[in-house]
Design a protein around this ligand. Structure first.
Ligand code: SD4
Length: 319
């Protein structure tokens, strides 16, 4: 069954769903709903993987990626590798509103945030410090390097290119549990069929400094087009961003594909190249039909997401 408006978001992030729904109820725009909904997760540090205090990189710093997309104008505002500013999607919204750019990165994105009135704050917490020191104590297990071996003269990195050493070793595979990075992605379709989408994340734990994932990339982390629908992705962004999964899901829906099937097709395309990738996608079309799919791997056979619509009295968790 379909009805508008509809708000869907990745994972069981209930406070985000409730906030977005309340924004729509009080007359806010679809973009407002996406921004405030995702901001709620940044405040709540949803799962430790959105907002400050999560996913320290190899230098111990938490950096944020976020985007927001207006499906009417096809404008996008995004920030990547944002440092010392907590409200990443708020800054992304300013990129749409006050600039002709799409994506600002790193220290310069932080400077832009300050010009827009956001305060500098420390994104480090006890939690992120302990994640970081745990990793240091485990000899800096390289989560995201390949074709390297540890330099045995150093306890922690740098790594040597494999060609430089006399023995071969399979590339270091990431040992992380499938659930340690769970971006919020949200799609809002208003009563008139206006689509907005957005994401916010602190990325991937122990990433190389400077790493940017799928979340702030249009068509990867999310996509919105008021002539078709919207989609948002979560999971192993380094892999997923190569396939523009959110763009692909929206294009399937444009051709009339059912949203659930659209999500499944997107997942199986990625799966051909990366059978064990961790990831999921949600999407909804302009009639209010929605769907989701995940790559079923050990430890991740069900994907939880939130849906709010007039047919569901309050935000409802679905699998
Ligand atoms: C990233 N896609 O930076 C994000 C992380 C995520 O569920 O979504 N985890 O790769």
């Amino acid at each position: 069954a379909a009805a508008l408006p509809v708000v869907i978001n990745t994972w069981a992030f209930r406070t985000a769903a409730e906030t977005a729904w309340r924004v729509l109820e009080s007359g806010g725009s679809e973009l407002d709903a996406v921004e405030k909904g995702c901001s709620q997760c940044e405040i709540d540090q949803c799962d430790g993987s959105v907002g400050y205090g999560g996913s320290p990189d190899e230098s111990g710093e938490t950096t944020l990626d976020a985007m927001i997309m207006d499906g009417n104008t096809m404008e996008v505002g995004a920030v990547a590798d944002l440092r010392r500013v907590k409200n990443a999607i708020g800054v992304a919204r300013k990129v749409i509103e006050y600039t002709k750019h799409t994506l600002l990165v790193g220290e310069s994105a932080s400077l832009f945030a300050v010009r827009m009135g956001f305060p500098y704050e420390d994104l480090t917490t006890q939690k992120s410090l302990s994640l970081y020191s745990e990793w240091l104590n485990q000899n800096c297990q390289p989560n995201y390097w390949k074709n390297v071996v540890p330099d045995s003269s150093k306890s922690c990195g740098p790594y040597k290119r494999r060609e430089e050493v006399t023995y071969r070793e399979e590339h270091t595979s990431s040992q992380r549990s499938v659930h340690n990075h769970d971006t919020i992605g949200m799609v809002v379709i208003g009563v008139s069929g206006t689509v907005a989408s957005g994401t916010s994340t602190n990325g991937a734990i122990h990433k190389l400094p400077g790493r940017v994932g799928d979340s702030p990339i249009a068509g990867a982390g999310s996509y919105a087009d008021s002539t078709a629908g919207g989609a948002a992705a979560t999971g192993d962004g380094d892999i997923m961003m190569r396939f523009l999964p959110s763009y692909q899901a929206v294009e399937y829906m444009r051709m009339g594909t059912d949203p659930t099937v659209a999500c499944q097709k997107v997942i199986s395309r990625i799966q051909k190249y990366a059978p064990k990738f961790f990831g999921a996608i949600i999407c909804a079309n302009t009639t209010g039909s929605y769907g989701a799919a995940c790559n079923k791997i050990p430890g991740f056979t069900q994907f939880h997401f939130m849906v709010s619509s007039p047919l569901l009295s309050r935000p409802t968790e679905q699998v």
